[in-house]
Design a protein around this ligand. Structure first.
Ligand code: HEC
Ligand code: HEC
Length: 320
């Protein structure tokens, strides 16, 4: 898998070296988030209503927004969420912002689409512990939601239509216009000198081989612990640590995860699939040891942090 990836990235890096500085940075291995029109404003708005509603959870205590707060970072900023049963969730809650740009969903990539995420979440005892017939019945009983539904759809309330509206809303949760994206589009002043140095280091250390593309991640699987085993004492291996192995059952997929997007990463602490890392500084240092096989120099770390901070974009209009 690594070899395959190296082939894929090599042309990117080559082009990067050739690209002129101070012009539109068209050939960079990171691309700006596209600024797109809302698909169907009424559907997005109904999707938002559903997103904020606690009707999905079995005991009506949680909405999507409880764990993925759109006024924060699209996450809960907890190491792990507390499930309906009061027990700790299996993994750290990833952000919903820009999640539609990821090639797969969830840390272990078990969901191929956003529709899969909603179905998985609905049944998951740690998330909603519910089922569609119950949700549909509740929507019918909820005057405001039912009315919004009828404005959009004819006929019976269906799981497909509710899912469609939720997905439309999630697709609307993009955060374009980050300083780094403005820099890519040719605004040389959008980045401080430190952030520019940080970006060069991000490339020269090789972070870019895994975190690249429009989401600065979210487009390949990689093992956590390529150069050194991550899961050694006192870390205890839990099922969720096995990552993609839980999907394929193949030995080589143990500890393999979807490389997370680094968009808005300065806002989404704590980090890693298990929420075990509190600061960006620590995350960068661990990446050096486990993913690059080379320690990151202490004076380089604050510069890389500056670069990562420049990936914080603007909240979608509906959430400002
Ligand atoms: C109780 C907390 C909780 C609630 C409520 C919740 N989620 Fe999640 N969400 C999570 C966790 C934890 C994950 C990661 C699960 C994993 O990787 O196995 C996740 C993952 C996701 C992802 C995948 C992101 C990615 O990059 O992989 C999306 C999209 C998402 N949730 C959307 C939603 C939507 C929409 C709702 C409401 C229908 C919702 N979530 C409700 C905790 C929650
Ligand atoms: C070989 C692939 C690879 C390389 C190279 C790599 N990373 Fe990562 N990165 C990952 C994976 C996989 C994770 C998820 C780790 C986990 O879930 O526990 C991750 C997680 C992160 C996180 C935490 C994100 C979050 O939301 O939890 C940050 C920050 C990060 N990497 C930054 C960097 C930096 C900076 C570099 C270069 C010094 C780098 N990475 C190099 C694969 C890589």
């Amino acid at each position: 898998m690594l070899q395959y990836k190296a082939k894929l990235i090599a042309p990117f890096l080559f082009i990067t070296l050739l690209s002129p500085i101070g012009h539109t940075q068209q050939n960079q291995p990171i691309r700006p988030i596209p600024v797109t029109e809302k698909s169907d404003p009424e559907m997005v708005s109904f999707g938002r209503q559903l997103y904020m509603s606690a009707l999905f959870s079995k005991n009506t205590s949680l909405s999507c927004n409880s764990c993925h707060s759109v006024k924060r970072s699209g996450t809960d900023n907890l190491p792990k969420h507390i499930g309906l049963s009061g027990s700790l969730g299996a993994v750290n809650t990833p952000t919903v912002f820009n999640s539609s740009l990821n090639f797969r969903q969830f840390w272990d990539g078990r969901a191929k689409t956003l529709e899969d995420v909603i179905n998985d979440h609905l049944r998951d005892p740690q998330v909603f512990a519910n089922n569609w017939p119950t949700v549909i019945e509740r929507i019918k009983q909820d005057k405001a939601l039912h009315q919004s539904y009828k404005k959009l759809y004819k006929g019976e309330v269906t799981a497909d239509n509710l899912t469609e509206a939720l997905v439309a809303y999630i697709k609307n949760l993009l955060t374009p216009d980050a300083p780094f994206d403005r820099y890519l589009k040719g605004d040389n002043n959008a980045l401080s000198d430190d952030a520019k140095k940080g970006y060069q280091l991000f490339k020269s250390y090789g972070c870019i081989t895994c975190h690249q593309g429009v989401n600065v991640g979210g487009n390949i699987f990689e093992k956590l612990g390529i150069y050194k085993d991550f899961f050694v004492e006192p870390r205890k291996i839990k099922k969720a640590d096995l990552g993609y192995f839980n999907v394929t059952g193949k030995e080589e997929d143990k500890f393999v995860f979807k490389v997370p997007s680094l968009r808005n990463v300065a806002l989404s602490a704590p980090y890693f699939h298990d929420g075990s890392v509190n600061t960006l500084e620590d995350a960068i240092q661990l990446m050096g040891i486990y993913q690059i096989g080379q320690p990151i120099q202490v004076y380089d770390i604050p510069l890389i942090v500056k670069f990562l901070e420049s990936l914080t974009g603007k909240l979608p209009e509906s959430e400002r």
